[in-house]
Design a protein around this ligand. Sequence first.
Ligand code: BGC
Length: 352
Amino acid sequence: MGIERMPFGKTADGKEVSRFKLTNAAGAYVQIINYGGIITAINLPDREGRLGDVVLGYDSLEEYVQDRNYFGAIIGRTANRTENACFELEGVEYKLGKNEGNNHLHGGVAGFNKALWDAEMVGSKDGESLLLSYLGKDGEEGYPGNLQARVRYTFTDKNELVMEYGAISDRDTVVNLTNHSYFNLSGHQSGSVLGHKLMICGDRFTPIDSALIPSGEIRSVAGTPMDFMELTAIGARIGWDDGQLLHAGGYDHNWILGNGGKVPEKAAEVVDETSGRVLEVFTTKPGIQFYSGNFLDSVLGKEGALYGKRSGFCLETQYFPNSMKHKHFPSPVLKAGEEYRSTTIYRFSVVA
Ligand code: BGC
């Protein structure tokens, strides 16, 4: 039980990176590195009690440095896409780093996923937690304000990975932090996730254009392949001749959650009948991006595993993408001196 710290190589400029192993009383464990705050492994029992690692990742730091899939990482300062890589805040236009055509994706070229975070182990009501902190500088990737960001990871004895995000800025800015883990509940090396069953607690989504950016429309899921109100196999409708699926080559959309935003409420559930493992996601955030790993293409991962298209899925809790452009979307603006707070929980269990 508790947290162990181990070396995990050095960055190009010679800084030591650590890997933290968070083990709970049930013997399950999570591994996190302070480079990018990346979750590198989540080892959980299946229905027979056998431990298996349910997140995609790499064996070495070098591979995480090279990675373009955001495996397991903290995404910041803002998750997902900002159209034309610019936004307006109080009459001033800010230009962000362009790292996907003309757009800004997941915090830019050197987002929070490529930063070395300070790490400390701290006590919490559920035992020990790993607290990571990073100062995003004023002007970094074009964002205004020095932003002191924190993520606290706790792995409880009930197999819940709790992620508490906090941030404070000295100027008005925008913040939308998330985690970009790719799950495969059969085990990271098990191939396609199309047989996993998914439920999303949202009856509306934000349709995208051909650049995968929400147009501003809010649409009901009723009668569309976006309807995951009841557990449905990820692959059941992914091949439909549907404009939204065709834009993204599968699912890569934001669902609108009906939560109150104060305490974490259920946002999604995934059941893998093969292993019996279940993932439930709880969050205070207003939206969740379900991405079905459409762009994965023969990625050489941990223990020699080869990750092909749709061999992992992401459930990224967030403010809606491109929300600075659409004033009817919940606002990601953080006022100077105010505190940004959000919590997301991945709760794991098994079914018989
Ligand atoms: C996005 C995808 C993108 C992926 C990067 C997801 O959050 O929605 O469009 O390709 O991240 O690996």
